[in-house]
Design a protein around this ligand. Structure first.
Ligand SMILES: NC(=O)C1=CN([C@@H]2O[C@H](COP(=O)(O)OP(=O)(O)OC[C@H]3O[C@@H](n4cnc5c(N)ncnc54)[C@H](OP(=O)(O)O)[C@@H]3O)[C@@H](O)[C@H]2O)C=CC1
Ligand SMILES: CC(C)(CO)C(=O)C(=O)O
Length: 337
């Protein structure tokens, strides 16, 4: 049997744990997971997984578990693939620096995260490396090492092409990763057009995620309570317009596709789960970056701009709760002239 590829996974949440499961399921990878809040629970009992693709699984652990990237490198490296599946929150954490110790000459970096412009810092820090994109339509959440995976794993992996490397070499490492990930229960395919896929995915993430997070309602309730019409469609149309200004022509029917994509679940989008858990929100890569492109290209975004302002306030609330912002005891007020 060929030797297994060594994979480092940073971010074993709803999506990352299912990625790890698929990679180990194939028998073609030896996965080392870096765990933080779930470390003790997983060492003791493993993850419990309820998956629409794989069924009920008790006590799942990857081949190796580490407490930090440096611990992983010391004991289980070097890694062929460094796979990042954390939330992408550049206004709070610099994940480029966190994974850097694991990126050796032979490593490929894989970013399985939502958003636009997520690759910029990685391209700068790792100019000689291949960087892969993963756009996932899975629906999965982690609550204390209990994974509820409700929407089937359908993931597209492609390349954020590096012009200094041969295209064939980048495509080959991408296809090898797909071969390790894909199996009979899920669908993992080659993404010919990463830019298109990322804009297409934002038709959901920039529109439904923020509304569900702001009103704390799942997609089923938003629809039952009449919130699926005007506002969400307006947000989606604004994303279509920004994408078009950036050279990506999305078909109109993507709106209906995204609105119906979680049927028949009362699905909580990942940003609503973040609000529920008091976690930071992926505002900048999901809304901030599209809005900056809109501004540059002169696209009007009245609804998205309001949503962005509201979400930034929610993010500050979370930062205060986590101690990242300290509010002065006495409210600073403008002094009269
Ligand atoms: N959930 C979903 O259904 C979907 C999500 N996505 C995208 O996938 C990405 C991942 O989302 P999701 O799985 O929901 O995220 P989760 O919030 O469920 O999980 C993120 C995980 O990353 C861990 N983490 C964060 N920072 C570090 C670090 N420095 N070292 C080690 N672990 C770390 C967290 O650990 P800790 O508990 O310690 O904070 C947590 O376990 C996001 O970009 C999201 O938008 C895409 C499609 C669907
Ligand atoms: C579109 C969806 C719901 C699942 O792929 C998602 O990306 C999320 O929950 O953030």
């Amino acid at each position: 049997m060929a030797s297994r590829s060594k994979v480092l996974l940073v971010g074993s949440g709803g999506v990352g744990t299912m990625v790890a499961y698929a990679l180990e399921y194939s028998g073609k990878a030896e996965v080392t997971s870096v765990l933080r809040s779930d470390y003790d629970k997983v060492v003791k009992d493993g993850f419990t997984i309820d998956s629409c693709d794989y069924g009920h699984i008790e006590c799942f652990r990857t081949t190796n578990i580490a407490k930090s990237v440096s611990d992983a490198c010391e004991n289980h490296g070097p890694f062929e693939y460094v796979v990042l599946v954390t939330k992408c929150v550049p206004d709070v954490t610099n994940m480029v620096e966190i994974i850097a110790p694991a990126v050796t000459e032979e490593s490929t970096v894989v970013l399985i995260q939502n958003g636009i412009g997520i690759e910029t810092g990685f391209k700068q820090k790792f100019p000689g490396h291949t960087i892969l994109s993963g756009v996932s339509m899975i629906g999965s959440a982690n609550r204390g090492a209990q994974i509820s995976h409700e929407v089937s794993d359908f993931v597209k992996i492609g390349v954020f092409y590096n012009p200094t490397l041969p295209k064939e070499k980048q495509d080959a490492v991408c296809k090898k990763f797909i071969d390790i990930y894909d199996n009979d229960k899920i669908e993992c395919t080659f993404d010919e057009d990463v830019k298109f896929s990322r804009w297409r995915k934002l038709v959901y993430n920039s529109c439904i995620n923020p509304v569900s997070a702001l009103v704390d309602l799942d997609v089923g309730r938003i629809e039952l309570f009449g919130g699926d019409g005007g506002l969400i469609e307006q947000l989606m149309n604004e994303i279509l317009a920004i994408a078009k200004s950036d050279g990506v022509d999305l078909p109109e029917d993507v709106i209906e596709f995204m609105i119906r994509s979680d049927d028949p679940n009362y699905y909580k989008p990942s940003m609503q789960v973040d609000v529920e858990k008091g976690n930071y929100l992926e505002i900048e890569v999901i809304i901030g970056n599209p809005l900056r492109i809109a501004k540059k290209n002169g696209v009007s975004t009245p609804a998205l701009s309001v949503i962005y302002e509201l979400l930034k306030l929610v993010q500050c609330r979370i930062k205060e709760q986590k101690g990242l912002i300290v509010v002065p005891k006495e409210r600073p007020v403008p002094t009269s002239a």
